[in-house]
Write a protein that binds this ligand. Structure first.
Ligand SMILES: *[C@@H]1O[C@H](CO)[C@@H](O)[C@H](O)[C@H]1NC(C)=O
Ligand SMILES: *[C@@H]1O[C@H](CO)[C@@H](O)[C@H](O)[C@H]1NC(C)=O
Ligand SMILES: *[C@@H]1O[C@H](CO)[C@@H](O)[C@H](O)[C@H]1NC(C)=O
Ligand SMILES: *[C@@H]1O[C@H](CO)[C@@H](O)[C@H](O)[C@H]1NC(C)=O
Length: 360
């Protein structure tokens, strides 16, 4: 009889709660406390998370393959690790489907010793449609399920840079904000719908970015529910024409009702941008209106490009706004795209980017 018990026990452990992959079992315990200032990092995979400034990081949303080493390490630093949640809204209009999806996410988070979920649903939704209500209900029910099943867990929801139906995302922002722990405001891709001249512009121009927070706050959304997302990437636009004044005309690529879009460009990492800028035609330039850096370069085929990006100088006034408005915190898309090599110039640039999150 005792033999059976001896052999059964490990099987139960593996199939039931799951075995802790960390060197110390206490590292599998969920993170419950809340720190005053949130630094919310999206991680897209790889091992560069080892070089994050962990004295700042409070939450890591894992959008790459699940990495138990990352979970154990984050927990050792008191940081949460949260799942990515995404589902076509047409599937979860049906209540049974919605409940089944939520149950599955809670199970997955528990089995991986995670501390919540980040809902990244960037689909177009019409106000008053069945999907509109389903999305609002999804956020509310996901939060209730996570808080009930995993006390202290965190449910966040990603929103566009402005609440004004950007990219046809007409959501019930007020109820969604009330229903979850925090909104991650994606203050980037702000040229996804260009209505004026089709020209290259900043990914996240300063005054447009900050005015949109005023729009969120005017809806009476609690500032403590808002985390500002800044870009650690930029856009590289091939210019159809570069005018004397340095204006780069771009191809007309329509997007969700707009005649042109940043889809005419390619997203580039800060790491790539820092390598390219010193070999460019122009070197780093600064646009006073948009409060953003940019440069022009010529590729191997003699095609001229204009690159718009963010760096510590453009990020620091945004971080100052986070502090002065008492927002919940700051974060970035994404943590992996700095140059984490040992090269001294790269090291310096990477440190400055992390430190810019805390303001000027
Ligand atoms: C990490 O961030 C802290 C602020 O939280 C700062 O004091 C420290 O210098 C940073 N570490 C590095 C290696 O830059
Ligand atoms: C339920 O979800 C599945 C996908 O998981 C989908 O194929 C199906 O159409 C959904 N059912 C309803 C009624 O929406
Ligand atoms: C292209 O730029 C040149 C130089 O600034 C300008 O003279 C010309 O009008 C522009 N062409 C188009 C098609 O915009
Ligand atoms: C690029 O130029 C800047 C300013 O001249 C300099 O500080 C930096 O070290 C250079 N970067 C590289 C990678 O050489």
């Amino acid at each position: 009889m005792w033999r059976v018990l001896v052999f059964l026990w490990p099987i139960v452990a593996v199939c039931g709660a799951g075995s802790c992959p960390c060197s110390h079992p206490e590292l599998c315990r969920p993170i419950r406390g809340q720190r005053d200032f949130e630094v919310f990092v999206f991680d897209v995979g790889g091992k560069t998370w080892k070089s994050y400034n962990w004295s700042m990081v409070t939450t890591v949303a894992t959008f790459g393959k699940y990495d138990p080493d990352l979970m154990c390490y984050a927990h050792s630093k008191g940081a949460r690790v949260v799942l990515k949640g995404d589902i076509p809204l047409s599937y979860i209009v049906d209540q049974n489907n919605r409940t089944a999806w939520i149950t599955k996410q809670v199970k997955l988070a528990k089995s991986q010793f995670m501390d919540g979920i980040n809902l990244d649903i960037e689909q177009a939704v019409e106000e008053g449609s069945p999907e509109y209500d389903a999305l609002t209900d999804l956020v509310k029910e996901t939060t209730e399920a996570f808080h009930r099943e995993m006390p202290g867990s965190q449910v966040s929801f990603d929103v566009a840079w402005s609440p004004k139906c950007i990219d046809q995302r007409c959501y019930d922002y007020v109820t969604i904000a009330e229903s979850c722990d925090l909104l991650f405001v994606m203050s980037y891709d702000e040229q996804s719908q260009i209505m004026g001249d089709c020209i290259a512009m900043a990914n996240a121009p300063l005054s447009q970015t900050l005015n949109a927070y005023e729009d969120y706050l005017n809806l009476k959304i609690d500032p403590k529910k808002l985390v500002m997302g800044v870009p650690w990437y930029g856009y590289d636009y091939p210019c159809l024409n570069l005018s004397q004044e340095g204006i780069c005309s771009i191809a007309k690529v329509p997007f969700r009702g707009a005649p042109c879009s940043d889809a005419a460009g390619k997203q580039k990492t800060y790491k790539w941008i820092m390598k390219q800028v010193n070999n460019s035609l122009s070197g780093r330039l600064w646009d006073d209106n948009q409060q953003a850096p940019y440069f022009n370069y010529k590729d191997d085929t003699e095609q001229i490009h204009q690159v718009w990006y963010d760096d510590p100088e453009s990020i620091c006034p945004k971080a100052d706004f986070v502090k002065s408005k008492g927002l919940r915190g700051i974060g970035m898309w994404n943590g992996n795209i700095l140059d984490y090599s040992d090269e001294p110039v790269a090291k310096q640039q990477t440190t400055l980017m992390w430190n810019a999150l805390l303001g000027c």
